[in-house]
Design a protein around this ligand. Sequence first.
Ligand code: IPE
Ligand code: IPE
Ligand code: MG
Length: 261
Amino acid sequence: MDTDSDGALQRNQRTPRHVAIIMDGNGRWARQRGLPRTAGHREGVKSVRAVVEESIRRGVEILTLFAFSSENWRRPRSEVNVLMELFMSALRSETRRLHDNQVRLRVIGERSALPGKLQRRIAEAEALTAANTRLHLQVAANYGGRWDIVQATRRLAAEVQAGRLDPSQIDEYCLARHLSFPDLPEPDLFIRTGGEKRLSNFVLWQAAYAELYFTDVLWPDFDAAAYNQALEDYARRQRRFGYTGEQIESGLWSLPDVCVG
Ligand code: IPE
Ligand code: IPE
Ligand code: MG
């Protein structure tokens, strides 16, 4: 992977390699129309399709979508059921199209708590698309940023207990290697639709240096044009990673490989 400072600087000015999105606002979209909240979730599938297609067109390499948080189980049972069914039916209807478009699908999160049928369908879709390289689509389901850090910590603790790791060897890179997607660069652009300005326990560790973009557009209304606005906003920003603006402009800076993937 391209990790030299020139490459990173060029990426700064252009398209983000990795975009992470909190797809929020489905319920309000539906309520504004006098519809049940679940109608917003159904409509939101169209936006997923639009953002996947536009990501491919714009050369985004990785797209991580927050579909269901570890806290969303707190919602009414009926809404949770519809969300699980929708995930099932979207996998059924979209997997072939994703595969034809050379999209690799991966689900991140604690999947053992998802319905068994859904777990099997996820595994099938991941296996079918495993060799695709055009776009890496990660769907976060029963995912929480804190869960991710805790499960990484647990794995490190097991290595220490087994005598394979000394606590003094644990640093941030070591911990990051046990998080959900250690093989991929961290998100460059973090988008939240629906108007709220909070992280809601999404990729907490990996978004440490992501550019944040908040829009009032509700997820079912988030189309290719709205996505392009976010990408254009990103392209105008200067990422500094702790350096000064002058250092960044001079090009005399670099990041450890582990930070940029
Ligand atoms: C996001 O939309 C989808 C999920 C969290 C599953 P919401 O359902 O949170 O919509 P609002 O925020 O209530 O409008
Ligand atoms: C975050 O949205 C989770 C997803 C979009 C899947 P929420 O609607 O659950 O977030 P809060 O509860 O408003 O913070
Ligand atoms: Mg919400």
